[in-house]
Design a binder for this molecule. Structure first.
Ligand SMILES: [Fe+2]
Length: 242
């Protein structure tokens, strides 16, 4: 089975469309989404409906999904992200917000893989995994060989075999007895200095995880952000991949 694991789409329709086109070319059979379908960019309803329409095996909730679905104050969000969430709340229907609110924080798919947006030790706290120490805290609660996560928008992978090591990756062949915690990059707002949309495929026959990057029409996404009167910085950062 060939899965595509998409995350941090963040209402970027142009990026999502090219990623799905690429998935078709790659022969993807099933989809998984590790959260943050909405927030930051200007097409939340379209991206939400596309993702639902794909009937992914698993969709877990991201922090932006949670906030867009609630009426609560936006503590912990930077001013630009908070403005985008307020804007997103007005765009989504009650039904769509309800659907987001009811997504699970984490899921295990069979005996194969675990899916979470932020961390496995305290998924509801929305912590960030950037190093081996924070990776180890999550790996402690990981009972499958691989866990895919997002939230940092930075494609790093961690491997536990005795100790925990980690870093950038392009492809990983999963070894028996080793555990892996893999960040799937971001479809709609990558932050590793590469502005191309990012996602991962996982082929369970070959036990092979692969990172993919695809170019999309960044200018079109930026134009929509500005037309929607969302913060200019949200448009600017897309060209930087930050
Ligand atoms: Fe995100």
């Amino acid at each position: 089975m060939k899965y595509a694991i998409l995350g941090d789409i963040h209402a970027n329709l142009e990026a999502l469309q090219v990623v799905l086109q690429k998935c078709q070319e790659l022969g993807v059979e099933k989809y998984i989404c590790i959260g943050d379908i909405v927030g930051y960019n200007a097409d939340p309803t379209e991206c939400l409906e596309i993702m639902r329409g794909l009937s992914p095996d698993v969709i877990v909730k991201g922090n932006h999904d949670e906030q867009a679905a609630s009426h609560e104050d936006l503590h912990g969000f930077n001013p630009q992200a908070a403005l985008a969430i307020e804007w997103t709340r007005q765009k989504l229907s009650d039904e769509q917000r309800n659907w987001l609110a009811n997504l699970p924080l984490q899921r295990t798919l069979g005996t194969k893989m675990t899916l979470v947006h932020a961390t496995l030790d305290m998924p509801e706290k929305w912590g960030y995994i950037f190093d081996s120490l924070t990776a180890e805290a999550s790996l402690h609660y990981q009972f499958t060989q691989v866990c895919f996560f997002g939230h940092t928008h930075v494609p790093l992978a961690f491997e536990k075999f005795g100790g925990v090591t980690g870093g950038k990756y392009e492809e990983i062949r999963l070894m028996p007895g080793h555990k892996y915690l893999v960040n799937v990059c971001s479809v709609g707002q990558p932050r590793d200095g590469d502005p191309r949309a990012g996602f991962v495929t996982f082929c369970t026959d070959e036990m092979l995880v692969k990172l993919h990057r695809v170019e999309y029409d960044i200018a079109a996404t930026q134009k929509k952000i500005l037309e929607a009167k969302l913060p200019e910085r949200l448009a600017h950062r897309l060209s930087l991949g930050r």
